[in-house]
Design a protein around this ligand. Structure first.
Ligand code: UDP
Length: 238
């Protein structure tokens, strides 16, 4: 895999909290900001789509007695909180960052406007995309796929809590094997777990390579963004 020029990094909410906990862990956010600083110094343009699962996911709303659409909007607002924390940590590191939201929160961030986002990227600013797609019943994985395509990113890097895609669920099968490279077709045929279906379909149809890697791996993000072997690469074979 050649080194990508512009990447879309999807960071799930779990990446903002201490392992197994909810809420924000500023030390983790600072560590993430440090890796992003290094990447931009290497000339990589970085857009990040931020998750909110460390605070709230819409699908939890039922058990809380909250209407699903309302729960989803709360989830989108959770991504705004995480995004602001990341942009603050980036700016403390001397990096320029812009938070752009798909929902209207103009007191704290810019609205997402494609051409403006591209301009920020070209100027070397980290673009922190929050609010998902701005509509309930979607996930930030789908937002990541959609934004990666419209911002013309070379790769979608999905930072997760597992080290890649396995041939079967590693939590249930001791003999599960990590797959370093798979095709979109294989993922479909073998029903491999990569990301939600809508997000995956968008990537497949637009031929957008995905790298799934462990966000806790040492220099994991740097390796993934440099095109070095880490986690699982999902592509359409040429
Ligand atoms: N969400 C939504 N529309 C979107 C993106 C997100 O309604 O376009 C809501 C949804 O409730 C989701 C929550 O925001 O559960 C947080 O996003 P997600 O679950 O994708 O975060 P992650 O799992 O990556 O931490």
């Amino acid at each position: 895999m050649s080194a990508p020029r512009r990447i879309l990094l999807k960071i799930s909410g779990e990446g903002f909290a201490r392992e197994g906990e909810t809420g924000l862990d500023t030390e983790r956010v600072k560590a993430l900001a440090g890796q992003l600083l290094q990447l931009t110094e290497e000339g990589v343009q970085v857009a990040c789509v931020i998750g909110g699962g460390n605070i709230l996911r819409g699908k939890q709303s039922g058990s809380l007695g909250i209407n699903r659409a309302t729960g989803d909007y709360m989830g989108m607002l959770a991504t705004v909180i995480n995004g602001l924390a990341l942009s603050d940590a980036l700016e403390s590191n001397g990096l320029h960052a812009r938070v752009m939201s798909a929902i209207d929160v103009h007191k704290v961030c810019e609205p997402f406007i494609r051409r403006r986002a591209i301009r920020h990227l070209e100027k070397g600013r980290v673009v922190v995309l929050v609010g998902g797609l701005g509509n309930p019943y979607f996930t930030t994985d789908t937002a990541a796929a959609q934004r990666a395509i419209e911002l013309d990113c070379d790769h979608l890097l999905k930072a997760t809590m597992v080290d890649g895609v396995y041939n079967k669920d590693p939590k249930q099968h001791d003999d599960a094997v990590l797959l370093p490279e798979v095709s979109f077709q294989q993922v479909l045929e073998q029903r491999l777990q990569v990301m939600d279906q809508t997000a995956f379909t968008l990537c497949r149809e637009h031929n957008l390579p995905i790298v799934v890697f462990d966000m806790n791996a040492r220099d994991g993000l740097l390796c993934a963004a440099r095109g070095q072997k880490i986690g699982t690469l999902i592509t359409n074979p040429s």
